[in-house]
Write a protein that binds this ligand. Sequence first.
Ligand code: SF4
Ligand code: SF4
Length: 296
Amino acid sequence: MPATKFLCKDGNTIPIRQCLKQCPNAQRCMFLPTLRSVADSLDRKLDKPSVTELIAGTRETYLKQRCDYAVDPMQQLYAVHGTAVHTIQEGHNQGNIITEERLADSITTGKFDLYGQIVDLSDNTLGDYKVTSSYKLMKALGFYKVDVPTGEVYKTGLKKGQPKTKKEWRTDCVHHLLEWAIQLNYYRILLEQARFKVKEMVIQALCRDYSLRMAAERNITRPLYLIRINKISDRWIKRYMAAKAMRLKRALKENHLPERCSVRERWHNRKCESYCDVAEFCPYGRLMKRTAVNAA
Ligand code: SF4
Ligand code: SF4
């Protein structure tokens, strides 16, 4: 079941339909058409779990299908922003380009953003739009800082005699983009099953906080990056997704709460504390929220 309620900024919840009809407050928290597009983006009309639902933690996806949960429309704006990026480019996809086709197999279903002649003369690139933060981009691009000796030493103070260092950026760290890579690789598999050849996979990542100083401090110097995604073995990816689909299906059938999401899926607890829409229905989520409040 998709989210059925909005969480208002005063902490109250309201059925989405009722909010769209009439806000009980003197003024809406955002324009009505924006609220309508947020509501529309939540509407899930699928008969099987999508690629993105399977990539998320099984417990999170299970709770989203079982619980009558609320979402904060403010937190959904970036998802709507992502859809808007697609819409802006609609009408400019002439030539050998296919967009937003939904494909399915026996495990899952997924809608890719773009396929065709999108980055070079090859006509078989699979593309995906992302609107993301400078932090996530820094991680995805493998940027990190190291201390490099300047050749000078401190002449006074506590560090007297010690070599001076300066921070320098390196770009050869592990690229933390496994979830994006699984998503694109599964779309590739779906396309190949439909007899389309995929030569490469590329993400066009738009940085939503590019104009902030924080982005420059993370070495993000452009508003947009193209990130090439490596191929993951079909065998591994299909086994991984089939196992997750099976776990979800069994939990839904037997009506039991799956084990908590993995450390990666719950972003080392950051998701449970602040970003999981179903945390209030999850014992671990409630614990993490309480711990975060007590620590504050
Ligand atoms: S417009 Fe905003 S404040 Fe009003 S009911 Fe809807 S979500 Fe709540
Ligand atoms: S609160 Fe954490 S563990 Fe629970 S469903 Fe959400 S992400 Fe998963």
